[in-house]
Design a protein around this ligand. Structure first.
Ligand SMILES: *[C@@H]1O[C@H](CO)[C@@H](O)[C@H](O)[C@H]1NC(C)=O
Ligand SMILES: *[C@@H]1O[C@H](CO)[C@@H](O)[C@H](O)[C@H]1NC(C)=O
Ligand SMILES: *[C@@H]1O[C@H](CO)[C@@H](O)[C@H](O)[C@H]1NC(C)=O
Ligand SMILES: *[C@@H]1O[C@H](CO)[C@@H](O)[C@H](O)[C@H]1NC(C)=O
Length: 458
């Protein structure tokens, strides 16, 4: 399968289980005309859709309103589920009974991720429904500014698009005014002054990713909580919001995304999880947050102990240089101060011994035990980090090897005519020189494959 997803029998089992749980049967149809695929689309169960596809489910089945599963995934903003369907060859231009295509539904419900995806897959955004409404019209009447802006930017002419009337004689501005969508009205008014604005393509396309990249948690919350984007939305590089926040070490955003149930296991186009991305930029706290919250466990377990350690450190003043009054102290005063300090250490040591023995008698765990535990946890954390790093290196190596193979293939392809030339030469040459030709070829090969630069040959 193109997406590289393989579905284990367990996943299929879970899918079936899920379907049964929701009262569906693969072969049956609900009174509204929904098949199992319709239901999976509504719920955004992409593994399930995949399983259904692999088991030959028909994704072009229409319900009573003429909606296919892709219409429903677009309605509910499940962009990844929709992508799974589009990858399997579903027609992005399929119409329901009112000539609404999935892109109409996505625009009407303000599902930016789905609108983008559909546009990427060649959906018709200049086609109208039964009432002459373009997707921009339905986005305008519902006040979905992000979708509206994005659709406009992808239409052949923004100015023309704003002028198009539906069968009711209303253009986007009229609809926005009639339904009191001030954001759209203001945008159109601004756009008419500014004219076409091409230079913030990324902001238009992936506002959530831009917000995650900038660490703008408020914006991110707004976009996700209003269902404009999905928590696991992917950009052109298949990076999620987590990837973008991890790359910039925006801990607050990461915490919020994780709390909201963002999937930390999603890999981008380069096969990296968000943790890998954080690792790449050495954002260690982001790594530990994404890798398994190990660091936080350590802190929780040893809270009381940490306080103890600090307490003793504060009294062990040797080496401390930042006490201001030290500058004005005479040598004798300093000696006295040290002596007092030392006496304090001795006294405390004695008290500590007593405290420790009391603590043990009461069944407490010794400081040594805790230290040992802490060290163990630290090593486990390091092992995990190194494993992540190793995994990243392995992926990188695989990619490089792939490139190497391609270069080798390319090199040998280009060498064939040269070999023939060599061969022709060899006939008229001695043994020695043919050997040296061979050597030369090896060297050339090496340069070609590692650098990716091909030698020019006539
Ligand atoms: C969908 O419609 C658009 C515009 O009419 C067209 O360019 C595109 O090829 C269509 N896609 C498919 C898969 O039919
Ligand atoms: C995106 O919008 C912000 C303002 O919200 C602006 O500062 C930034 O330059 C824009 N980014 C791009 C790529 O245009
Ligand atoms: C995708 O990756 C390419 C190359 O790494 C980069 O130039 C581009 O900006 C990325 N796109 C997004 C949307 O992050
Ligand atoms: C991510 O993968 C791990 C290990 O494979 C698994 O335990 C965890 O449940 C997964 N998390 C999500 C959100 O799927």
């Amino acid at each position: 399968m193109e997406s590289g997803h393989t579905l284990s029998p367990t996943a299929w089992g879970i899918c079936l289980h899920w379907l049964l749980w929701h009262g569906a049967d693969i072969t049956s149809v609900t009174p509204g005309g929904w098949t199992a695929a319709h239901i999976a689309a509504i719920r955004g169960q992409d593994a399930c859709i995949q399983a259904l596809i692999m088991n030959g489910a028909d994704l072009s089945v229409q319900d009573d309103r003429g909606c296919t599963p892709s219409h429903l995934a677009a309605t509910h903003g499940h962009s990844y589920t929709l992508q799974v369907m589009l990858r399997s060859g579903v027609d992005p231009n399929v119409s329901d009974k009112y000539d609404w295509k999935p892109v109409h539904y996505a625009s009407f419900h303000g599902r930016l991720g789905c609108v983008q995806l559909l546009v990427k897959w060649g959906a018709a955004i200049e086609d109208v429904d039964q009432n002459g409404n373009l997707p921009v019209h339905v986005a305008a009447m519902e006040g979905h500014l992000y979708c509206f802006k994005f659709l406009l930017s992808r239409m052949s002419s923004m100015k023309q698009a704003l002028k198009v009337f539906n069968d009711n004689g209303e253009n986007a501005m009229d609809l926005a005014q009639r339904f009191f969508k001030d954001n759209i009205v203001q945008f159109i008014q601004g756009a008419e002054i500014e004219g076409d604005n091409q230079n913030n393509q990324e902001n238009l396309t992936f506002p959530g990713h831009v917000a995650a990249y900038k660490g703008d948690l408020e914006m991110l919350k707004k976009l996700v909580e209003n269902g404009i984007i999905n928590i696991n939305e992917r950009d052109d590089n298949e990076s999620t919001l987590l990837h973008r926040a991890a790359g910039q070490d925006h801990i607050e955003c990461l915490q919020w995304l994780i709390e909201m149930g963002a999937d930390v296991n999603i890999t981008n186009k380069d096969g990296e999880t968000a943790a890998d991305t954080a690792k790449k930029f050495a954002h260690l706290s982001a790594v530990s947050l994404l890798v398994g919250l190990q660091k936080y466990e350590v802190e929780e377990n040893d809270e009381i102990d940490d306080q103890d350690v600090k307490f003793f450190e504060r009294h062990g003043v040797q080496g401390s240089t930042d006490a201001k009054d030290e500058l004005s102290q005479s040598e004798a005063e300093k000696t006295n101060a040290r002596k007092r300090a030392y006496e304090k250490v001795v006294e405390l040591r004695r008290l500590l011994e007593i405290a420790e023995s009391n603590f043990k008698q009461l069944g407490g765990i010794s400081e040594g035990d805790i230290k040992q535990k802490k060290e163990d946890q630290e090593s486990r954390r390091m092992i995990k980090e190194l494993q992540v790093q190793l995994e990243g290196e392995r992926l990188r190596r695989e990619k490089l090897e792939c490139q190497l193979d391609e270069c080798r293939a390319e090199a040998s392809h280009r060498q064939t005519p040269v070999d023939q030339i060599h061969l022709n030469n060899v006939v008229s040459m001695e043994h020695d020189s043919s050997d040296s030709n061979k050597d030369k070829r090896k060297v050339t090969k090496k340069i070609t494959s590692s650098g990716g630069i091909f030698m020019r040959r006539s």
